[in-house]
Design a protein around this ligand. Structure first.
Ligand SMILES: [Zn+2]
Length: 374
């Protein structure tokens, strides 16, 4: 049915769900199947055609699409009763598939609804939706994403999650692929795709662990997550920007949006609010002193450390960024809902001449009296 609909769509040059339903539905009447499946087949065909249209628009070569894998999808007409899924097979007749204990435990959670099922020769998947109640947050936590770490924190605590292992993995796989010297494009592609997959799996595992911890901690402390908008970062590392190929390759291999996606969906799944700050709102967030609002000074001798002339303090760049993001997010947070008490409403950013008694955690104690940099 899917392939019939695809063919119909290709000959009539339509890929919209509406257009395809009008064209293909009558044609599918020759199939002896409940109409639920016909609708879902048309919807799947529309999806395949839309994907093809997109690749053509982007200039990728595309073959005539064809659905190969046999699968049965429906978002209507099924029931879950007596610890099993009952799907319609013909008029008044249902086929029963028993469900495992794990599946039953997941779908019986509060707020979970089963939206559709997909049946293949070897597997059954249920797609579920969840509407979690939003967590009432009392504070915010800023998450600063860097090449070698993810730093989460606010005025009270900061923790830094090391990601330098991902950089090492990327470097190693790159070296392995580069060591392939034989003049054989086909084998080269095979080798690089194999190591590309391996790299993806290993780095995403590390990232998943980290983002999971960050979200779990934020839920525990009831803190809304504040993220920085780093769209357009790729254009920072292009040819002709005075960076050198090695540095450019390293920065472009960075999976920054993956971290963002993971944090966002994990937070949404638990009902934790996420605040995305715009470019304008985050300007200079890693260069402003969280204590006095002065612009921080960098120095070659201080790697990723910054110096505040006024407070006479050395601070960690990533930690400063996390604290500032938390503050700026908090300003937005306080605007969107009326403050309950003074402490909650008093989220003011440090400005010049208005020192706030903030303890900066993570500053190396012996370096507190670092000599000023001239
Ligand atoms: Zn300062």
């Amino acid at each position: 049915m899917v392939n019939d609909s695809i063919r119909k769509g290709l000959t009539n040059d339509t890929s919209s769900l509406r257009g395809l339903s009008l064209l293909a539905y009558s044609q599918l009447s020759r199939y002896d199947s409940p109409s639920y499946y016909k609708l879902c087949a048309i919807s799947r065909a529309a999806g395949i055609l839309a994907a093809r249209k997109k690749s053509i628009r982007r200039g990728y070569a595309s073959k005539t699409p064809y659905s190969v894998k046999p699968q049965l999808i429906s978002c209507y007409g099924f029931k879950i009763e007596n610890r099993s899924l009952r799907i319609p097979v013909s008029r008044r007749k249902r086929f029963r598939i028993p469900l495992t204990n794990h599946t039953l435990a997941v779908i019986s959670q509060t707020g979970v609804t089963v939206r559709s099922f997909t049946l293949t020769p070897h597997s059954l998947s249920l797609s579920i939706a969840r509407e979690p109640p939003e967590i009432e947050c009392i504070h915010t936590v800023g998450v600063d994403r860097n090449l070698r770490n993810l730093t989460a924190g606010n005025d009270e605590w900061v923790s830094c999650y090391d990601l330098s292992e991902t950089v090492r993995i990327v470097r190693t796989t790159g070296r392995i692929v580069a060591s392939f010297k034989r003049d054989d494009a086909r084998l080269r592609r095979l080798v690089s795709s194999k190591y590309g997959e391996r790299r993806r799996d290993r780095t995403s595992q590390i990232l998943h662990n980290t983002t999971k911890t960050i979200v779990a901690k934020a839920v525990e402390r009831r803190e809304a997550i504040v993220l920085e908008d780093i769209r357009g970062i790729r254009s920072l590392y292009r040819r002709g920007n005075w960076q050198g190929r090695k540095h450019r390759d390293k920065m472009n291999a960075w999976s920054f949006s993956q971290a963002q996606k993971q944090i966002e969906y994990k937070a949404r799944w638990t009902g934790l609010p996420v605040i995305r700050l715009s470019k304008r709102e985050t300007r200079g967030s890693s260069l402003t002193c969280p204590r006095c609002g002065e612009r921080l000074q960098g120095d070659k001798r201080l790697e990723r450390k910054l110096w505040c002339e006024k407070c006479r303090m050395v601070m960690d760049r990533d930690r400063v960024a996390a604290i500032n993001l938390a503050r700026r997010g908090r300003v937005r947070f306080a605007r969107s809902r009326p403050p309950i008490n003074e402490a909650q409403g008093g989220a003011v950013e440090a400005v010049k001449g208005n020192p706030t008694p903030t303890v900066i955690p993570g500053v190396d104690a012996p370096k507190l009296t670092y000599p000023p940099i001239s």
